[in-house]
Ligand binder design. Structure first.
Ligand code: AVI
Length: 321
């Protein structure tokens, strides 16, 4: 077994300055990455098990049922890199199918990542596992020296790409392109455009788990920034915006109220929104256009019940980003 953990303390999120900046802006907003404290991670796992939220289950089923085809399209790979790997649960299937020599997993929750990655390295003898505790949005390039030479596959499942605006997604895919290097490939999962009512339900589950996930952000700010939000005075409000092609999640103020965060006061008018997340949905052609604009060349696509997995290879390096 070979395992190492490297922690990158630089470039970490600054909850306080991001939140104060977001509350000062108009409309008010907070970046969705701050959902994921311990309770937020637990609630997200529960979301994935809700009958209305098929995304995670569908991707898993697609990977399981088409794995031989996907693996054949990828071919030989020396090293898999997974940004935002979390509990390293998704990459196991690919490791079994591709038998790479190396795995590099990246996640901002460094300690949880290290535990999961070490356990994976115990289960797969001969696999050299490197866990990098980092916010890859800031520090992705710092991962390059940790990657083994040879054919690299960047794996980015779960439709996490949907939480970036299309221009930000293009920039991130271009950075993956540079990280993958010559002969590099990208395997990426994303949620497809579908019946808006189905999308609406997925973010408004009957058990109220997505609402609790959204409102937990206020609890986190109360705990970590000494804020005094009353979650009962905000309503989870999520809807599909077909013009933008995205789910928007908001916390709408149910009253005129003033909230104190890190000693600063912010006024919410009745009905004013705190925008907490966008989750973009794409058609296949829309997504391919973004990936191709970032220098990737289409090499395979698989689709099931409104979810897609695309494989890309290094194209001509005309990436503008
Ligand atoms: C992590 N991400 C892909 C989820 C999504 O669907 O955009 C986050 C989520 N937000 C509410 N439900 C799930």
């Amino acid at each position: 077994m070979s395992f190492r953990f490297v922690d990158f303390p630089l470039g970490r999120d600054d909850l306080q300055s991001d939140v104060l900046a977001g509350l000062t802006a108009s409309p008010k907003s907070i970046p969705p990455k701050y959902f994921y404290d311990e309770q937020g991670c637990r609630l997200f796992e529960l979301i994935c098990a809700q009958p209305e939220y098929a995304l995670t289950r569908t991707e898993r089923a697609l990977m399981e049922s088409r794995l031989p085809e996907i693996a054949a399209a990828i071919g030989a790979v020396d090293c898999i890199v997974e940004p935002g790997a979390g509990d390293c649960g998704k990459v196991r299937l690919l490791i079994e199918a591709l038998h790479p020599r190396g795995l590099v997993v990246l996640d901002i929750a460094g300690r949880a990542l290290a535990e999961a990655a070490e356990s994976l390295s115990r289960d797969v003898p001969g696999l050299a596992v490197t866990a990098l505790g980092m916010d890859f949005i800031h520090d992705l390039e710092a991962a390059a020296p940790c990657l083994a030479e040879g054919r690299r596959l960047v794996y980015y499942p779960g439709s996490s790409i949907g939480n970036f605006a299309p221009d930000e997604a293009a920039t991130l895919l271009a950075r993956f392109h540079r990280l993958a290097g010559a002969d590099g490939q990208l395997l990426i999962g994303f949620d497809l455009k579908k019946d808006p009512v189905t999308l609406h339900r997925a973010y408004n589950d009957a058990a109220g788990i997505t609402a609790a996930f959204n409102l937990n952000l206020l609890e986190r700010l109360n705990r970590e920034l000494g804020a005094d939000f009353d979650p009962a005075r905000f309503r989870h409000y999520a809807y599909y915006n077909p013009v933008q092609g995205r789910i928007e999640m908001h916390l709408v103020s149910l009253a005129g109220q003033t909230v104190t965060v890190s000693g600063q006061r912010f006024h919410f008018a009745l009905g004013e929104t705190l925008h907490t997340e966008n989750s973009y949905k794409y058609r296949r052609d829309e997504f391919s256009a973004i990936a191709e604009g970032a220098g990737w060349r289409p090499a395979g696509e698989w689709e099931e019940r409104g979810f897609a997995i695309h494989l890309y290879r290094q194209g001509d390096t005309r990436s503008p980003h």
